[in-house]
Design a protein around this ligand. Structure first.
Ligand code: PLP
Length: 401
């Protein structure tokens, strides 16, 4: 079995597996091995592992995992430093403080006892759950609802590749690559489906659903089947307040809204996400979570500072918009049909095999992700700094010409 097939067919890519460090060491030393490896590392976190295993000078642009290249703000870093003197203690107060910040920010009731009335994992009336990244809460939702029935998803969306792990009913996107809400509403069946997952803006397409259409969909579907709206990229939408679906939670609908601080707030390595939802639904998924106990004190304190630092958020949004426009203009001029993006990444169809493109770009020190759907290869490029985007456009020009 060659190295590529071995990688595909083994569990060796999971963190902690013994063979992985050796392969990554090889990738560190040998650009050819790096290219071959990268072609298999289709998932964000695996790509991140490879990037970490490469000599820093070999990575010109890390545009494969929709990270925030501007990093934690100065005030957020200060909060992390200040938290360290208290980090020998469990994070009771910091956790309560953050719940308060989120409840004010999103206008939802403050949890009576976010950790659960009867201790960790006990009964709770909370509208908010903190997680170690939104991944913890998303996984918990998939485990809970996946054990009750089939999860309806768009095809493709962030979780549609998990159909081997969880029962999924994939509904093809429309010809303009939007969620087909009409088809989904028509198809939803409480006897079969246990959850409808909507990623808005969608990953990997980057487009955004019209808010009124999504609200209508939730009104129609959520009395039959709970709806989970993954708003990982909502902060990049033009009008996040109109586009976010927390008002549906407030109306008492069967809805969970998922948020992450990994994107606009640059917390990918800090790990913080949260769910806002009907308390009964959050209670259902909490048995698969650590009930907020997995979030460290420095992260909790940093999150308060990051939310308060609105100047920094504005700076990140402005720079993202500038880099996104530069990249979209370049691609359109080169004849590519870019899907309009409301996120910190964009997707466009390419004329070569996606893995070939990612491998070749990797050779130029540029990391992007490939997708295949609708009979077509696609490149998804995260939005980085202007320097990174110029590295991407230079490398892309070289690779496709
Ligand atoms: C749509 C979507 N949801 C959830 C996540 C998970 O984010 P995290 O666990 O870093 O909060 C991601 C990460 O890229 C994402 O794209």
């Amino acid at each position: 079995m060659n190295r590529r097939n071995w990688l595909k067919n083994s569990a060796a890519l999971t963190v902690g597996a013994t063979a992985l460090p050796t392969l990554l060491q090889k990738a560190y030393a040998d650009p050819a091995a790096r290219q071959e490896l990268y072609m298999d590392l289709s998932h964000e976190f695996r790509a991140a592992m490879l990037a970490d295993a490469m000599p820093p000078a070999a990575v010109k642009a890390r545009l494969s995992a929709n990270e925030n290249p501007w990093g934690l703000s100065v005030k957020t870093k200060e909060a992390v430093n200040n938290s360290l003197t208290e980090a020998n203690r469990y994070a009771g107060r910091a956790s309560m403080d953050l719940y308060k910040v989120i409840s004010e920010k999103d206008g939802i009731p403050m949890p009576q006892n976010p950790s659960g009335g009867g201790g960790w994992g006990g009964p709770s009336k909370s509208y908010i759950k903190l997680g170690c990244g939104s991944t913890e809460l998303l996984n918990a939702s998939l485990m809970h609802f996946g054990s009750k029935g089939t999860i309806m998803v768009g095809d493709p969306c962030y979780i549609s590749g998990n159909d081997e792990k969880f029962p999924m009913d994939k509904v093809k996107l429309t010809p303009d690559y939007q969620y087909d809400l009409d088809a989904m509403a028509k198809k939803v069946d409480p006897a079969k489906h246990s959850l409808v997952y909507i990623c808005n803006p969608n990953n990997p397409t980057g487009n955004l659903l019209p808010a009124d259409k999504l609200r209508k969909f939730i009104d129609e579907v959520s009395p039959k089947v709970p709806v989970l709206v993954d708003e990982a990229y909502i902060d990049y939408a033009n009008d996040p307040k109109t586009d976010c679906m927390v008002d549906k939670v407030k109306e008492g609908k069967n809805v969970i809204v998922l948020r992450t601080m990994s994107k606009l707030y640059a917390f990918a390595g800090m790990r913080l996400g949260y769910a806002i939802g009907k308390p009964e639904l959050l209670q259902d998924i909490s048995k698969y979570t650590m009930n907020g106990f997995g979030v460290s004190l420095p992260t909790l304190m940093a999150a308060q500072a990051a939310f308060a630092d609105t100047e920094n958020s504005k700076m990140v949004l402005a720079k993202t918009t500038e880099s996104r426009k530069y990249t979209a203009d370049f691609l359109k001029k080169a004849g590519y049909k870019v899907i309009p993006s409301y996120a910190n990444f964009m997707l466009f169809p390419v004329n070569m095999k996606g893995t070939e493109l990612t491998g070749k770009l990797m050779q130029e020190g540029v990391m992007v992700r490939n997708w295949f759907f609708d009979g077509q290869h696609w490149c998804r490029v995260s939005i980085g700094t202007m320097d990174e985007m110029k590295a991407f456009t230079d490398a892309f020009t070289k690779v496709v010409s």
